[in-house]
Design a protein around this ligand. Structure first.
Ligand SMILES: Nc1ncnc2c1ncn2[C@@H]1O[C@H](COP(=O)(O)OP(=O)(O)OP(=O)(O)O)[C@@H](O)[C@H]1O
Length: 316
């Protein structure tokens, strides 16, 4: 399949500082790509370059085979087939929602109504923009992009200021945008809960460099380093002598494991340990277990464990 988006060796340097460092990747039509990384990693700058809102200092972006023109080369920045929702979008106050959307709208009534339904804003059309919650404003901003019928939708940290209810609504909206409107989406997020369950492919960026690219499962279970491991949840860095207690030969290297890779038992043939701390996380418990000179985080579904319990730890 021909890629919709080709990012080829893109770099951005501001004065002497490299903000984006030789990043390349492709996005296929309808492939869901999430860009993850800590604050300041370069995610926003990369999205701006992709959408023609920032000028790269090196490399090229191809969209549907054609070069994306940067803002220094044209009068109006942006790309007419891409919708870009900035982290800092604003809606003008004192307008009714339907008025605002009407300014942008190029759809017939049926198509516009379908969009209102998909964006979960049909009940807000008469409302003044100054009487909307943050999540509602965001879905209206999204609808204003969608009425222009973009082929690629690019969202910068769309979940970052939302409570769990608005987050779930937005996730449903994004699912519908891909499935029903056949629009390809890219988004950035620093939260594993948002990226792991949504993306087909995740790109991890740090200091402007692409550190790892792969499926959510690859990034979660086979992170290339501790930075990537830490972005997607808690992990244990198991030293060779501790791995040896579990019968694993790591050939002298430390290995990364997730809390759910271990189990704790009251009796059995596992490795002896003592629970230092138990914490409750809603759908599971997390035990910090001291094994030899190491602390291992173990996930458990049982509420039977208490601080100080002597346990056996096994690989689950
Ligand atoms: N035009 C610019 N001039 C100088 N420095 C810049 C410019 N744009 C971005 N930077 C710097 O580049 C780095 C990456 O910024 P960017 O906003 O792309 O990161 P980010 O990953 O999106 O972070 P956040 O999630 O906090 O927005 C930051 O250190 C930022 O201060």
């Amino acid at each position: 399949m021909k890629a919709l988006l080709e990012v080829k060796n893109v770099s951005k340097k501001v004065e002497d500082r490299i903000i984006i460092d030789d990043i390349s990747f492709e996005q296929q039509p309808l492939q869901k790509i999430a860009i993850a990384g800590e604050s300041g990693a370069g995610k926003t700058t990369l999205l701006k370059i992709i959408t023609g809102n920032a000028q790269p200092t090196g490399g090229i972006i191809l969209f549907d085979g054609e070069r994306v023109i940067g803002p220094e080369e044209k009068l109006m920045p942006g790309h007419k087939k891409m919708g870009y929702l900035s982290q800092h979008y604003e809606l003008p106050n004192h307008y009714r929602v339907e008025e605002l959307i009407w300014f942008e709208n190029r759809l017939d009534e049926a198509a516009a109504n379908q969009l209102f339904e998909i964006c979960r804003i049909d009940h807000l059309l008469q409302r003044k923009t100054n009487y909307l919650s943050g999540g509602e404003k965001q879905r209206i901003a999204l609808c204003m992009l969608l009425v222009k019928q973009p082929v690629l939708l690019v969202l910068d940290e769309p979940f970052s200021n939302l409570d769990p209810i608005h987050t779930n609504t937005l996730k449903d909206v994004l699912d519908d945008i891909t499935a029903r409107l056949k629009i390809t989406c890219t988004l950035t997020s620093h939260d594993p809960h948002d990226t792991l369950s949504w993306a087909d492919e995740i790109l991890v960026v740090k200091d402007g460099k692409l550190l790892q690219k792969g499926s959510p499962q690859e990034l979660y279970y086979k992170p290339v380093n501790e930075y990537v491991a830490g972005l997607f949840g808690k992990y244990n860095l198991i030293k060779p002598h501790i791995a040896g207690l579990f019968g694993i030969d790591t050939k002298g290297n430390a290995i990364m494991t997730r809390p759910e890779n271990f189990r704790i038992y009251k009796t059995g043939s596992g490795v002896k340990g003592v629970i230092k701390k138990i914490s409750f996380w809603g759908s599971f418990y997390e035990a910090e277990v001291v094994v030899d000179d190491a602390k291992i985080i173990v996930r458990s579904n049982s509420n039977e464990w208490r601080d100080g319990d002597k346990v056996f730890v096994g690989i689950g």
